[in-house]
Design a protein around this ligand. Structure first.
Ligand code: SAM
Length: 172
């Protein structure tokens, strides 16, 4: 919960209305997001594991939350189905390090395409170094915060979706 609150604060959730969470697992970050989300905000949580999905559905009863059995790599399709320009914030616990560089780069491309310009993408990682060059390539900006109050100690990264008029395509 403490880690989730740190992520939700880093994404400035109190001023976001349409939020996507990628890989909620058992829901500690979901709980923190809901704690800070405005009353009229919405949270879509994309999870692929049926066991976690059953757990999440039993755990949460909040009209602002939609739990989806959905691959987070479909995020652009989800935004299209919701008929929104993009999400105001995306929070992720996806273990990108396990996916490898190329798959992560593609994943981040889809995520960025589903975000409104200026929207923050916040990710928790346990390897402090893996994600930042890929965020630089896709978003053109990133910052890292160390979160030592977790076991294991975590790294939080934030990157803001660039304006489409100034794509962060350099280095590709
Ligand atoms: C590190 S765990 C999240 C842990 C969670 N914060 C918790 O404390 O329970 C990563 C989660 O991402 C989910 N996941 C992995 N790849 C995914 C994908 N492509 N789309 C959606 N969820 C995914 C996994 O099923 C798992 O629940």
């Amino acid at each position: 919960m403490r880690l989730g609150l740190a992520m939700a604060r880093l994404a400035e959730i109190p001023r976001r209305l349409r939020v996507a969470e990628l890989g909620p697992g058992t829901g500690p970050i979901t709980e923190a997001i809901l704690r800070l989300l405005p009353e009229h905000g919405r949270l879509w949580a994309c999870e692929i594991d049926p066991m976690f999905l059953a757990h999440l559905r039993a755990k949460f009863d909040d009209p602002r939350l939609t739990i989806l059995q959905r691959d987070a790599r479909d995020l652009r399709d989800l935004a299209d189905e919701l008929e929104i320009e993009g999400f105001d914030a995306v929070i992720s616990a996806i273990p990108f390090r396990l996916l490898g560089r190329e798959a992560t780069a593609r994943f981040l491309g889809t995520v960025r395409s589903a975000m409104r310009p200026g929207a923050p993408f916040v990710a928790v990682q346990y390897d402090p170094w893996f994600l930042s060059p890929l965020l630089e390539a896709e978003f053109g900006n990133w910052r890292r915060t160390f979160f030592p109050w977790n076991i294991p100690p975590a790294t939080l990264l934030r990157a803001d979706a660039p304006d489409p008029a100034t794509p962060a395509d350099r280095g590709k």
